[in-house]
Design a protein around this ligand. Structure first.
Ligand code: PGA
Length: 249
């Protein structure tokens, strides 16, 4: 047990149309009837986020964005600033997801600027880190995580809440997950590295595991030391699957 509050967050990625908002309604209504001791968030595509905020109003589900720009406003066609997410009623924003790092060449410095922007706008950033398969096989996992934590965590996190998600690239969308021992090792290391960066706040920072979390493996993963929750992709799209994962926590 850690002293961080539990968080189960769903990342819909570029999935979902208006018709799929029914999943968020079902989720919110089901959770209203249950006493989950923690937070639940869904990060739908930007096109659905405002509608989702209205659907969950007063219910125990929060809405987040999947990315934000580091600037508050300006000539950045297609981008969404952290301030826009706050204005819309979002409470979280994912930054540094490996798909952003890979397809948009976002490096640690960009991720750090985005995380700082999220804090500036009053959001909780969910900062993603994780090693590639080649890095894991070369025995560099902890080095990579250490570099990412040193490079991505803004100094504002010394006195403002953040969330850090460990998402090994080779586990995302693949059905492969690290062993519980590997997850535990990574999370314990992250807690230590985070303590070096932000001091006492690290103890209450939720550390999420992400990458092929499913109803079948959620219980064991979520019971692992220093795992305070999960960032769920594919299995967050259907309320029934996502609810099973939440209940496993
Ligand atoms: P997955 O995605 O659960 O579909 O593997 C996780 C993520 O990318 O956040």
């Amino acid at each position: 047990m850690t002293s961080a509050r539990k968080l189960i967050a769903g990342n819909w990625k570029m999935n979902g149309l208006r018709a799929d908002l029914a999943e968020i309604s079902t989720l919110a209504e089901s959770l209203e009837a249950e006493a989950f001791d923690g937070d639940v968030a869904v990060c739908p595509p930007a096109t659905l986020a405002a509608l989702a905020v209205d659907l969950v109003a007063g219910k125990p589900v929060k809405i987040g964005g999947q990315d934000c720009h580091a600037e508050a406003a300006g000539a950045f066609t297609g981008d969404i600033s952290a301030e826009k997410w706050t204005d819309l009623g979002a409470e979280y924003v994912i930054v540094g997801h490996s798909e952003r790092r890979e397809y948009y060449r976002e490096d640690n410095a960009i991720v750090k600027a985005k995380a700082a922007a999220a804090i500036r706008a009053g959001l909780t950033p969910i900062i993603c880190i994780g090693e590639s398969l080649a890095e894991r096989e070369a025995g560099k996992t902890l080095d990579v995580l250490g570099e990412q934590i040193a490079g991505c965590i803004p100094s504002e996190a010394k006195n403002t809440a953040i969330v850090v998600a460990y998402e090994p690239l080779w586990a995302i969308g693949t059905g492969h997950t690290p062993t519980l021992e590997q997850i535990g090792e990574a999370h314990a290391f992250m807690r230590k590295a985070l303590t070096n960066e932000i001091g006492a706040m690290a103890a209450t920072t939720p550390l999420l595991y992400g990458g092929s979390v499913k109803p079948a493996n959620a219980k064991d993963i979520l019971a692992t030391n220093d795992v305070d929750g999960a960032l769920v992709g594919g299995a967050s799209l259907k309320a029934s699957d996502f609810l099973q994962i939440i209940r496993a926590a």
